[in-house]
Write a protein that binds this ligand. Structure first.
Ligand SMILES: Cc1ncc(COP(=O)(O)O)c(C=O)c1O
Length: 464
């Protein structure tokens, strides 16, 4: 009855069965790809099944197979089959999860999954939460709540009065991702508000330096941004001490735990997030370490009133009446969007399938593979380990006899990626070009690590 749906399911399954054997970078050059994908828009349209088959072939020719267990670039999780299956249902149901009245199951599923997430991430059970597109929008939402509260404490109602003429907010940061700065731009706080606090050698915020900064202007409405697992080393700030100091000065503490917050699921790594529950807001992704499909970020806020006040808006056509009888949670009150996909279904299904132990197992397995990969690379000649993984992130660089290690490292990375056997990304760290290693995919196995190490050896043999 729906041949295009059945065909899409077959093709998707076929893709997943083959992805581990595919080249990781399997994309045609952009021009060829563009030629292939640039079709004529027809007046009469063409049969759906044909469209799906051609999409599979044409777009499939331009994939960086980030789903592969040998993809170690950026911080990109895989997609568990249960998450993909739940996404298919989500699309078929096509619920508008903005308001509970148009999507009752989506509202309750997010309510339930929200509680489970707080349990797994060891966050206060009383915190409010939102399902957003990614960690970027989780920062935006959390920092909007922070903006509301720190200005409200100074007698300024930003949602009504705007920012013009308000007391200037300052944002004290340690190690931070660019998405924090982008959220501050989007919120009109601006990046001039950012004060970089000194960091210790291990990359974590220096709590004494944080205290000195806080003491400089005690009257300013202040937000402190901390990191649970930074992008390069996976370092964790001292949440216990930093939260205490920040709160002594009336500051709001936000935590970026895009992937690092998930270590709370593991008994082995949980100590790294000691005291994180003392913060005021937290941002993370389900599409990273939980291995849910993309477009799945999560925000949590301790101050429910600040969270809701910064996001909600009354609308005449949203039926408030049924709330009294059967109170249901309206997602638009907890996130920046209005109409939206019911992205909670995939999170709910994934958490049910994995259980607490399953989440911990993925985290621990990825950390073990990251550590193995970096150790084995470090044993190769002319490979310098720049950062040994604390969790799942590490850095290495390749030393050139000429002394130009930056150019050489860049070339080695390109050469590894050209083998199609593994994929790594370059970055700048400590004024050096380095290769970043991130293991975030449930699919990665010991065999993938072996193949990746061999790909590095091949590239080095070719270039040395
Ligand atoms: C530490 C950190 N914060 C924030 C982000 C942004 O996450 P997203 O791409 O889901 O918005 C990333 C992405 O890699 C990250 O590593």
């Amino acid at each position: 009855m729906y041949p295009e749906l059945e065909r899409a399911a077959q093709l998707a399954t076929q893709y997943l069965q083959k992805v581990d054997d595919c080249r990781v970078d399997d994309a045609l050059e952009p021009e060829k790809l563009r030629d292939r994908l640039t079709k004529k828009l027809t007046t009469e349209g063409i049969p759906s099944q044909q469209v799906i088959e051609e999409l599979f072939d044409d777009a499939g020719a331009g994939l960086l197979n980030t789903s592969s267990g040998r993809f170690f670039g950026w911080v990109i999780g895989g997609a568990l089959p249960v998450a993909i299956a739940a996404e298919w249902l989500t699309a078929a149901w096509d619920q508008n999860a903005g308001a509970s009245a148009v999507a009752p199951s989506a509202a309750i599923v997010e309510e339930v999954a929200g509680q489970w997430l707080k349990d797994i991430l060891r966050l206060p059970q009383s915190a409010s939460f939102g399902f957003v597109t990614g960690c970027q929008m989780a920062h935006f939402t959390a920092l909007a709540a922070a903006r509301y509260r720190v200005l409200r404490n100074k007698g300024w109602e930003v949602e009504v009065q705007g920012l013009s003429g308000s007391p200037p907010i300052r944002v004290l940061v340690g190690e931070h991702h660019e998405t924090i700065l982008r959220a501050l731009r989007q919120l009109g706080i601006g990046t001039n508000a950012v004060v970089q606090v000194a960091k210790k050698d291990d990359g974590t915020i220096d709590v004494d330096a944080l205290k000195s900064e806080l003491a400089k202007v005690t009257a300013a409405p202040t937000i402190v941004s901390l990191a649970a697992g930074d992008l390069n080393r996976g370092a964790f700030d001292d949440f216990d001490a930093a939260c205490d100091v920040a709160h002594d000065y009336g500051a709001w503490v936000h935590v970026d735990g895009a992937f690092g917050l998930w270590v709370a699921a593991s008994e082995r790594f949980r100590h790294l997030v000691n005291g994180v529950d003392k913060a005021d807001s937290w941002a993370t992704d389900a599409h990273k370490w939980l291995n849910v499909t993309h477009d799945s970020g999560l925000v949590f806020v301790a101050d429910q009133d600040a969270h809701r006040s910064s996001m909600t808006i009354p609308a005449a056509y949203i039926p408030a009446a049924n709330k009294v009888e059967t109170p249901l949670r309206d997602q638009y009150e907890w996130g920046p969007e209005w109409s939206r996909r019911a992205r909670g279904f995939a999170v709910y299904a994934t958490l049910r399938a994995l259980g607490r132990r399953g989440v911990a197992e993925i985290v621990e397995r990825c950390c073990a593979h990251a550590s193995d990969l970096v150790r084995q690379l470090g044993q190769l000649s002319r490979v310098e380990v720049v950062a040994t993984p604390i969790i799942n992130q590490g850095l290495v660089r390749f030393l050139s006899p000429s002394g130009d290690h930056d150019t050489h490292t860049q070339r080695v990375i390109e050469s590894i990626n050209a083998t199609g056997e593994a994929w790594f990304g370059p970055t700048r760290y400590d004024d050096k070009t380095v290769m970043r290693i991130s293991v975030c995919n449930y699919r990665t196995t010991e065999h993938d690590i072996e193949r990746a190490v061999n790909a590095v050896k091949t590239a080095l043999d070719r270039l040395n």
